[in-house]
Design a protein around this ligand. Structure first.
Ligand code: NAD
Length: 305
């Protein structure tokens, strides 16, 4: 198979000064793309800022013969980041919403600031960058977006109520972008990565981290954002340490109850086995089948009590 390349395309990678973002930026820089290396350069808790993180990555790409420019804005100023792409390279083709911070704290002790800051970076930041890129994507009938979720968002994680909520938001966000973008060849996917970075350095032992190089996440992202991917959109991927798998929603058999006065708490309890029967699951991708269910419910005999 020939090497995937991104010549003449512009890739914006947010939070590209370290960890996963740096690995993406170096990869795209080595495969012909113009890279906007965005990084605010603050701490992993979202404090402070510095131009150094982005500059180091830009230097590395340029020294290797690639094309890159630094941007030091917070993702909350998405327009300024996309502007850097347009002013420097004349276009934006691929957006990798990767920037992130943590404000881990038990829910009991969580302050509004911990909640709000996480939301501003992960949700508002991803929105602002995608919103600014969107008109360009639509006009040129090409756009590729990667949003970044997390296992913490999909499954919950002790001490991360703020982060979990923000990260799962990226799933719904991506699924809607995929639906709205389809007509314009805009493809959006969301990944739940796992990789060694300053975010995970304190919570995993060194021998595990050794197997979780950010570089092992890059190839999946490379495939998803390449122009040859014209159909894989709105999907959720778990990726890290060589493992790559799609995730999806699963619906149990479910109980269908007649919607009259016999629909009582008691009637639901009587059907509880069906409510949680995953022996023959379905995998819904939208709310369309709901109307059929409503019609069926009307034809049913009275509910059990
Ligand atoms: P990291 O801390 O190494 O990298 C995140 C980068 O984002 C940093 O360089 C930071 O300066 C930058 N950043 C933070 N706030 C910013 C802002 N407002 N504007 C611009 N840049 C900002 O962490 P990482 O592990 O490489 O994480 C990358 C992404 O992957 C994050 O969204 C994270 O939540 C997600 N993630 C990582 C893991 C993992 O195992 N490493 C797991 C699940 C999800």
């Amino acid at each position: 198979m020939s090497e995937l390349r991104y010549d003449n395309q512009t890739v914006v990678v947010t939070g590209a000064g370290g960890g996963l973002g740096k690995a993406y930026a170096l990869f795209f820089g080595s495969r012909g793309a113009n890279v906007v290396v965005n990084d605010l350069g603050g701490s992993h808790k979202g404090e402070g800022q510095s131009s150094k993180a982005a500059d180091v990555v830009v230097d590395e790409i340029r020294k290797a013969g690639g094309k890159a420019v630094a941007n030091y804005d917070s993702v909350e100023n998405g327009e300024a980041i996309i502007d850097t792409a347009i002013k420097t390279f004349g276009r934006i083709d691929i957006l990798i919403n990767n920037a992130g911070i943590l404000r881990d704290i038990s829910f009991k002790n969580m302050k509004d600031q911990d909640w709000d800051l996480i939301n501003r970076v992960h949700i508002y930041g991803a929105y602002k960058c995608a919103r600014a890129a969107w008109p360009h994507f639509r006009k040129q009938k090409f756009g590729r977006v990667i949003n970044t979720a997390s296992a913490a968002g999909l499954f919950g994680s002790f001490g991360q109520a703020n982060y979990s909520a923000a990260k799962l938001s990226q799933v719904g966000f991506t699924e809607t972008l995929a639906k709205e973008g389809a007509k314009y060849n805009i493809i959006a996917n969301v990944i739940a990565p796992i990789a060694a970075s300053r975010m995970t350095a304190t919570v995993m032992p060194p021998e595990v981290l050794e197997q979780l190089k950010p570089e092992w996440v890059v190839p999946l992202v490379a495939v998803l954002v390449h122009s040859s991917n014209t159909s894989e959109s709105g999907s959720i991927f778990e990726v890290g340490g060589g493992h790559i798998a799609k995730l999806r929603w699963e619906r149990a058999k479910g109980a269908l109850l007649k919607t009259d006065s016999s629909l009582t708490p008691q009637s639901i309890l009587a059907k509880w086995n069906d409510v949680e029967d995953f022996s023959k699951p379905s995998h819904p991708t939208g709310p369309a089948d709901f109307m059929t269910l409503l019609e069926e419910a009307q034809q049913l005999p009275p509910n059990p009590t």
